[in-house]
Design a binder for this molecule. Structure first.
Ligand code: 5AD
Ligand code: SF4
Length: 439
């Protein structure tokens, strides 16, 4: 195998959450600013960045199999960089086990990627998994171009330490990016083509900073400021923790038209005993009361959630309490997972792990209920008139797909372009999408 030379092309492959998608975009911008060109497929690139996720099982195995797949027929391979949360959690093992990996870089250090790649191109290897808060953002190139719907990371890390979750270890402590930096990045995104911005953070509603006059400002204040930009049409945020849902943020849902009527607010489980073992620091009742207040502020709001089935010690009747919660809430959409023990987390060493068969069965029952929830929500939207932001062409001629304010997928016929806001009437509903008639 010949020694690698300075890479001219790269491919960034992101797994997992939207924050990884954002990080992947920033890494691509960084490499682009070095004069490298992005290519669509890993096999064709001189440098491949695997931007990994560690939240659930088999993450590490997936990385190793991806690394293996990057070997070309002639035995050569691109320069491989492993980034993201697997790099943070298991970087040293990856370096030891996979000689073809030349760079390991954690989520708080990727602004150093160009120097690290240069070292790899000179025949060396480089690891960086420090967690210096905020240094990264200042070192990244300014945003230039954006699709109509853009992500903006405002907050990173987590101090909540839910006992199943690896995020506090891989992403570090909660940090909020400064208000002015975010206002500036949002402006650049809008100038670059964004009409919708989704504010991202592991605990996005814990975001807090000071405005230009030195006054304390929370997420609702940031949203208010961003909403003043006449060229920005829609604002969303995710993911929120029930305990950080402030009065101001709840009120904002009733007051700011550009803030979309959608709230992703994970509950995880429907039994107070399980929630306590998870260290969630809310109860079912406090969660439901919170949603009542949110709905008072914005009656049509779509609620979304995350669920874990089979947390250690969860009994069948405790699981069934989760089914009661979903029927009480009526989720518009949701993500549901089988519990996966994460090395180093407290839950991994708790007794009474639930069998895989039992977990499968619970997940199926939960997903059937969630499917009924989303069908009911979508059916209740039939007859509504709303704007849909066009995202892509549909499969049929003249058909387009976009998102309603409630984040539903809507398809409709007409002559449009990606990014257009189209007024439609919702006329038919399925569990996963609706059809609209253009007004
Ligand atoms: N096992 C299963 N699901 C998990 N999540 C986080 N950690 C685990 C785990 N160990 C889920 C939670 C969280 C979502 C992003 O992933 O539901 O909200
Ligand atoms: Fe993980 Fe809990 Fe933090 Fe969410 S709030 S990132 S589930 S520890």
């Amino acid at each position: 195998m010949s020694a690698p030379t300075a890479p001219k092309t790269f491919h960034v492959k992101s797994f997992g959450c939207q924050m990884n998608v954002y990080d992947g975009e920033r890494m691509a911008e960084l490499l682009g600013a070095q004069g490298m060109t992005s290519v669509g497929k890993g096999e064709d690139a001189d440098l491949v960045v695997l931007n990994t996720c560690h939240i659930r099982e088999r993450a590490t195995e997936k990385v190793y199999s991806d690394i293996g797949r990057l070997r070309r027929d002639d035995g050569s391979a691109p320069i491989i960089a492993v980034a993201g949360c697997v790099a943070q959690a298991e970087g040293d093992e990856i370096m030891a086990r996979a000689p073809s990996v030349k760079v390991v870089v954690g989520p708080q250090s990727y602004h150093h990627l160009p120097e690290m790649v240069a070292r790899a191109a000179a025949g060396g290897r480089a690891t960086e998994t420090d967690m210096p808060a905020e240094a990264k953002f200042a070192a990244l190139p300014k945003r230039r171009k954006s699709g109509p719907s853009a992500f903006l990371t405002v907050q990173e890390g987590c101090d909540k330490f839910c006992t199943y979750c690896v995020v506090p270890y891989t992403r570090g402590a909660e940090i909020s990016r400064p208000f002015n930096d975010l206002v500036e990045e949002a402006k650049l995104l809008v100038a670059g083509g964004a009409r919708e911005i989704t504010l991202l953070g592991q605990n996005v509603n814990a975001w807090g900073s000071e405005d230009e006059k030195g006054r304390k400002v929370g997420l609702d204040g940031l949203i208010r400021t961003l909403a003043d930009d006449p060229d920005l049409q829609r604002i969303r945020y995710t993911t929120s923790h029930p305990n950080d849902m402030t009065d101001g943020l709840i009120a904002a849902h009733g007051e700011i038209d550009k803030l979309m009527p959608f709230l992703h607010l994970p509950v995880q489980a429907g039994s107070d005993r399980v929630l306590k073992a998870m260290n969630r620091s809310h109860t079912v009742e406090s969660y439901l009361k919170l949603l009542d207040r949110v709905r008072e502020a914005r009656p049509d709001i779509a609620i979304s959630g995350d669920f874990i089935v089979g947390f250690p010690g969860e009994t069948n009747s405790e699981f069934e309490e989760t089914l009661h919660v979903i029927d009480a809430v009526g989720y518009a959409q949701a993500f549901s997972f089988k519990y996966s023990p994460r090395p180093g987390t407290p839950a991994a060493t708790m007794p009474d792990h639930v069998s895989p068969e039992e977990m499968d069965e619970r997940l199926q029952r939960l997903q059937a209920g969630l499917q009924r929830n989303s069908l009911a929500f979508n059916q209740s939207s039939v007859g509504r008139r709303c704007s849909v932001m066009v995202e892509r062409k549909g499969r049929q001629p003249g058909q387009w797909l976009g998102k309603s304010p409630w984040l539903q997928s809507v398809h409709f016929i007409g002559d449009f372009a990606i990014g257009d806001l189209v007024d439609v009437e919702l006329i038919e509903a399925g569990p996963n999408s609706l059809s609209g008639r253009v007004l």
